[in-house]
Structure formats: C-alpha cells, structure tokens
Design a protein around this ligand. Structure first.
Ligand SMILES: Cc1ncc(COP(=O)(O)OP(=O)(O)O)c(N)n1
Ligand SMILES: Cc1nc(C(=O)O)sc1CCOP(=O)(O)O
Ligand SMILES: [Mg+2]
Length: 220
C-alpha cells in the first residue's frame, strides 16, 4: 500500500459533495467526461459504482475515472469492489451492509485507505462495525429510481436521527437535488451525495456548482 492518500484532516472537506457515478445516466458522453465536468463544478470526491458489469469492466471504468481525476486532488473511491480498489490504487472503498465486513477490510487495507459504510437505520449506525469505517453514507433520504433495492426512505428527520447516532463523519444519499438541500441543513451531515442529479444533467458542471454553492452556503 502507498502512503496515506487523503489525510484524515481533509476527510470532512472531501465529503462535502460526493459524486457517485452511473454509466447509463452519463450516456454517450462517457463517465470520465461527466466526472471532469462535475469536478470543474465543485464535486469534492468521486465514487465509481458499476452494478451491471464484469470485474474487468469495473476495473477499466475505475482506471478511466482515475485518469480523468489526475492532477485534480479529488479522491477516487470504488463502490463494493475492494479488490478493484486495491488493484487500481484508488483512495478508498464504499461498502454496503451486505458487502465484505468493514473490520476485515480495514485489517486488509490498513489505515491509509478511506472506507465508507452505508447505513439506513439508527441500529445500523450504532453497530460496532461502524467504528472501522471513516464515514457513513446514510440513506435513502428520499425515494430514488437510481437504486431500486434501497431501503425505505428516511426523510430529513429520520436522517437526522441516524446521523445523531453515527458518531463519525456522515453524508446523505438518495433523491438529493439542489432544491432539497435546505431540508438537509442542520441535520448533522458533513456532505451530500448525488448520482442522477449530476450524471443525468445536460450540463453536469452547472448542476454540480449549484449543489456545491447550495450546500456550502447553507451548511451552518
Ligand atoms: C456514499 C454512499 N452511500 C451509500 C451507498 C450505497 O451503497 P450500498 O448500500 O453498498 O449499495 P450500492 O451502491 O452498492 O447499490 C453508496 N454507494 N455510497
Ligand atoms: C447509490 C445509492 N445508495 C443509496 C442508499 O440509500 O444507500 S440511494 C442511492 C442512489 C442515489 O441516487 P440518486 O442521487 O440518483 O437518487
Ligand atoms: Mg455496495
């Protein structure tokens, strides 16, 4: 493993506006082009999420996004696939409740890579497993077509209850749009994540900039 890629002192800043990629929503533009535009607009981290490809497809997409991010300082995470993250030299992984156990992945990866964990309830956010994660992804806040197997939406108040029991940096995901950011203020979050709002946007840079300004401007 290389040296620590993202200092922990930067983690909360890196979580401010997280883009999770979706190749189908990016369309013919391709994922790297959408990522480049989103970063120009103010996205602070990128997670490559490939649900319907082979491991080789996943690795190729991670490497293409890594190339797009080169020189930007924006960290790259991989959804689910710890082996792909290690092979590609990504900055971290995002794990779900049915992915590999966080503590074991932490023992494997060591302290240098970021590990995120999805939680959808106070019980999951309070579980001892969370201590091995650097941050929690809480959702879905609202219903979303992007993840058909997502849990029942928490709503902003449910989200705040989960965030309060998290005890570590936390981001919200699921149905997030610029217009909904006011409902997420003061809920104990470090940032917000989006898939479709940016990936399906005709101009991802403009939408990312709107999200970033909306979040940064109203955080406190
Ligand atoms: C930041 C963030 N939060 C939650 C998720 C969802 O992860 P998971 O539960 O593993 O579901 P899939 O994304 O794999 O369908 C995420 N990817 N990122
Ligand atoms: C990848 C993902 N995880 C979720 C969770 O609740 O854990 S919701 C989700 C999809 C979010 O997509 P959109 O921004 O298009 O609503
Ligand atoms: Mg997953």
């Amino acid at each position: 493993m290389k040296g620590r890629r993202v200092p922990r002192s930067r983690l909360r800043a890196v979580l401010r506006l997280c883009l999770v990629t979706d190749a189908a929503l990016c369309g013919d533009r391709g994922v790297p082009a959408v990522v480049r535009a989103a970063v120009a607009g103010g996205v602070t981290s990128v997670q490559v999420r490939v649900k319907d490809g082979s491991d080789r497809d996943r690795l190729a997409q991670v490497r293409a996004v890594q190339h797009a991010l080169h020189g930007t300082g924006v960290p790259l995470l991989v959804d689910d696939a710890v082996d792909v993250a290690v092979l590609a030299g990504a900055d971290g992984v995002h794990l779900g409740q049915s992915d590999l156990p966080v503590e074991e992945v932490r023992r494997w990866l060591g302290p240098d890579l970021i590990i995120g964990l999805s939680v959808s309830s106070v019980e999951q956010a309070s579980a001892s497993e969370c201590a091995a994660a650097d941050y929690l992804g809480i959702g879905p806040v609202w219903a979303t077509a992007t993840k058909p197997d997502a849990a029942v939406p928490l709503g902003p108040e449910g989200l705040a209850r989960v965030a309060a029991s998290a005890g570590r940096p936390a981001v919200a995901i699921g149905g997030i749009t610029a217009a909904r950011l006011p409902a997420l203020r003061g809920r104990g979050l470090d940032g917000v994540c989006t898939v479709s709002e940016v990936c399906a946007a005709p101009d991802p840079a403009v939408v990312a900039a709107r999200l970033r300004a909306g979040w940064d401007g109203g955080r406190r």
